[in-house]
Ligand binder design. Sequence first.
Ligand code: HEM
Length: 356
Amino acid sequence: MSSAETQPKPQASACEDYQVNRFLGLWNRIKGVVTLPPKLLPFLILHTLDPILFLLNILTIPFPRAKPESQHKWTLADRMLAKACQWSGWGKITESDKKMILSALNNYAAPGEEDSRSPCPGLNAMANHGFIPRHGKHVSLSVICVAIKKTYDFAPTFAYQLTSAAGFISKSSGDGKTWLDLKDIEAPNVIEHDASLLRHDRMFQPNQGAPAVDLCERTLQFAHPPKQPGAPGKKGKSCLNTESMSKALYERRLICSSDQDPNRENKVRNGQYFLPGKLKIFGAGNSAIPLILWDGRQDYIRPFFVEERLAYREGWHPYTREDPAGFFGLSFMYFMLVFATIEHGVGNIFTKKKKD
Ligand code: HEM
């Protein structure tokens, strides 16, 4: 054996490692800067478009809305939204995705033990009806976005905006697909928060994937009976309105930040209670959606809250709702007006109670 063979191979020095890492870091930064504008473009376009859709929705109020069959058709708006999602790096909508989204309807099935579910009744209901995979796992943001539009008749701009919120939680698999398991959405204090209307706080309900029926019923109790003067009752039904939601949110925030929750067996205070302004806004935003989608009707909202089921059996359909959210679907701007009214209402109650 020669002496050269017995010599140990030279190890890469720490200095060389440092140089390589510096180069990789720089390369990743350049790649990030170059790929950012194409990813931001759909975001910018859709945000500019939203106020336009909001105005067009007002102007087209006298005209008949799209027919319910539109839910099963792949329209130009769906195609454009799917493209925007793809450009955002969320993944391509395949033919089988399209088939799944367009064929789902009144075929509700409660989730099984193995299925992944989130603290969001909106996304869970989509999985329970098959608009997104029923197992709720490895779902691409593109599928979620287009399915939101089709399930609820949201404007493409609003569906895109909502889905962007999931960007904080999702994962990229390097094949151009960004995805999540529904359960990932329960990441504490990202969007999920304390003092929710439909779930007890994480400390008392570790599984945030299932509704707390007692809380759902409590929120529904804020509905105005149909005969009350000035009540918003539609078609003689009990209805929730922005005032009901402000009262419900006020009560939850008060109870959760103290030791007064009548449902808690041992009056333990939630020491981890956390609800900064950003999360209050998410809470008020979430409470605005059922008001708009179900015209505030208690009989439509109950199955959504309690079973995470869409009220097709009860006669609801997204394209026949009374709320003039519009010809082009519910816009982000309209949604913001409703949720700002709700949050303003909560503030007013707090101020009034303080004075009293
Ligand atoms: C990708 C889109 C979406 C994401 C990432 C998302 C996320 C969330 C999260 C994390 C929560 C729990 C908040 C809490 O702790 O209370 C939530 C609640 C909620 N979401 Fe969604 N959501 C999405 C889409 C939707 C849609 C399409 C609807 C419409 C039907 C909806 C309606 C609601 C409602 C009503 C609540 C309940 C609020 C409460 O318990 O106080 N969401 N959502």
